[in-house]
Write a protein that binds this ligand. Sequence first.
Ligand code: HEC
Length: 150
Amino acid sequence: MNKAAWSVVFGVLLVSGLGIPAIPTSVTQAWADPTVSQPSGKLKGNILRGREIFNGKGVCYYCHGIDGDIGRPPRLAADTAMLIGKLNPLPTDLRNPEILRLKTNKERARAIREGHPGTGMFPDTTMTDQDLTDTLLYLALIRKDPHPEQ
Ligand code: HEC
């Protein structure tokens, strides 16, 4: 994706309420082209696809809110919403790095694939490896992580 296309994508994210006021330039530079290998070459992914998975087939948004905004729950059937409201612990605000407990993508990948032990977060059995990588990059974006690969 070229720079112009990326700024369109990014514009869409912002307009749709991702609401990131300022992203450190290190992040925007590293992610200038989300389809190209990251600097260390470890994670090759597409953040926009990650967002689609988060708000789509990954059903992450059911519990973590649309775009990971815990204050923006989707419209769900009343019984589903009630079950989520009763989870203990409650789903995490994935945008707030200060309260996040998992520190590496390895741990996050495991929580997503195998379920988060001791919580209501169930394993996702539908994601391909690429889906997972894209989702991890998207999670790094919403928590404004300057080291999206870690
Ligand atoms: C059924 C509700 C539910 C769904 C669906 C769900 N989660 Fe979670 N998630 C939780 C709960 C509950 C926790 C744990 C909260 C805690 O530890 O305090 C959690 C924790 C996490 C964490 C760890 C946060 C930390 O502390 O570092 C990540 C990352 C995460 N979820 C990502 C996802 C992603 C990505 C998806 C979609 C593939 C997803 N979740 C789907 C409920 C859910």
